[in-house]
Design a protein around this ligand. Structure first.
Ligand SMILES: NC(=O)c1ccc[n+]([C@@H]2O[C@H](COP(=O)([O-])OP(=O)(O)OC[C@H]3O[C@@H](n4cnc5c(N)ncnc54)[C@H](OP(=O)(O)O)[C@@H]3O)[C@@H](O)[C@H]2O)c1
Length: 334
């Protein structure tokens, strides 16, 4: 592998003069209007597979232990509760938004049986190493099957990750240059990889797919497309279209610039056609995106919808709590 030094770099969505790539140099986590999303890609060789999580065996196990310690009524309630839970897989579960979604699903265990998909043992350990975390690579369709088998819903949070060329010296000024590793260009990850997930989900009879995309896709000349010659927004958009055409109930969330900030404390804003990019409110906390992903599983109003998502600054507006009302505001199917 020619480029062994992997560097986390910011991915900037705003065209504001205060948020140019040239400013992204060393303080990768400092940015207020832009956000680091670009992670390092491990080598494309780790295809471990994990023993599939068995929903039915966990039910019978619950029944067995309960018989010893609980009344028959309690067993029945437990079994009913389990059969009403939906099994949800989040891919990119080692990523910064994906981890939050995985955690939220685990915390809501009365509603969900959580699964995660990551690319390496290292990522798996990072999020707790549980048996419900599968290892696979979205570029290889077969590697997704164990994770997708038996799920009710899929949340896609995978993305190609541009790297900053190591020779950039902020002291000399100028702008860093970016590249994608061979085989890990947006075409392979954001298009083929997302398509593989959608196809596998369709084959497995998945009932809903939530896909996190990005604002900026209406402009083919968006500066992000020239980053590492990857056309990242073009390929993301193509995958979004593929999902919208798939016939599976979908929710496409086109997030604004992601920020590692507390969730649940801002008023969320729904937009369309990148109109929010022309305003001052074009960023959103990863934790809020993660919450919208999980809430989308709850409401019919979120299905067959695609929308832009940002938030007002903290302290202005009313923090969003009513997600049914939020989803009801969406008027766009794509
Ligand atoms: N950053 C922004 O400002 C911004 C703005 C709008 C929208 N978005 C979108 O929001 C989403 C979440 O962003 P984020 O910054 O939270 O994500 P992130 O931290 O960059 O995570 C991306 C995840 O994708 C995984 N991945 C990449 N290639 C893969 C492959 N071939 N197989 C399996 N997994 C693969 C990575 O796995 P590893 O952990 O193994 O590397 C990583 O966990 C992304 O779709 C991004 O495009 C970002």
């Amino acid at each position: 592998m020619a480029m062994a030094t992997l560097t986390r770099v910011p991915f900037i969505y705003s065209s504001s003069p205060s948020t140019t790539v040239g400013q992204t140099h060393n303080k990768y986590r400092q940015v207020a209007l832009s956000t680091p999303f670009l992670n390092s890609l491990p080598e494309f060789s780790t295809h471990g597979f994990h023993a599939s999580y068995s929903y039915s065996s966990s039910l019978s196990f619950a029944g067995k232990t309960s018989r010893k310690s609980c009344s028959r009524g309690a067993v029945k309630v437990l079994a009913m509760a389990d059969s009403s839970r939906s099994t949800v897989l989040v891919t990119g579960a080692g990523g910064r938004t994906g981890q939050i979604v995985y955690k939220k699903l685990k915390e809501r265990s009365e509603q969900y049986v959580a699964r995660g998909l990551v690319r390496s043992e290292e990522s798996k350990e990072k999020i707790g190493g549980a048996d419900d975390v599968f290892i696979g690579d979205i570029r290889t369709a077969d590697s997704l099957i164990p994770a997708i088998q038996g799920i009710d819903a899929l949340i896609i949070l995978t993305s190609a990750v541009p790297k900053m060329k190591p020779d950039f010296d902020p002291a000399k000024g100028g702008r860093p240059e970016f590249y994608f590793e061979d085989g890990a260009y947006p075409e392979q990850v954001d298009w083929i990889g997302q398509k593989n997930q959608i196809d596998a989900a369709k084959a497995a009879g998945v009932k809903q797919i939530v896909l996190v995309g990005s604002m900026g896709g209406t402009n083919p000349n968006h500066p992000l497309n020239s980053l590492g010659n990857g056309n990242i927004l073009v390929w993301k958009r193509k995958a979004e279209q593929y999902l919208a055409d798939s016939g599976i109930p979908y929710t496409i969330i086109r997030a604004g610039g992601l920020q590692d900030k507390e969730g649940g404390v801002r008023e969320l804003l729904i937009g369309k056609d990148d109109e929010l990019l022309q305003t001052e409110t074009r960023t959103i906390a990863r934790a809020d995106v993660a919450e919208v992903c999980t809430q989308a599983l709850q409401y019919e109003e979120a299905k067959f919808k695609a929308f832009d998502l940002a938030s007002k600054p903290e302290g202005t507006g009313t923090p969003t709590k009513d997600f049914k009302a939020l989803f009801s505001k969406i008027t766009t199917r794509f």
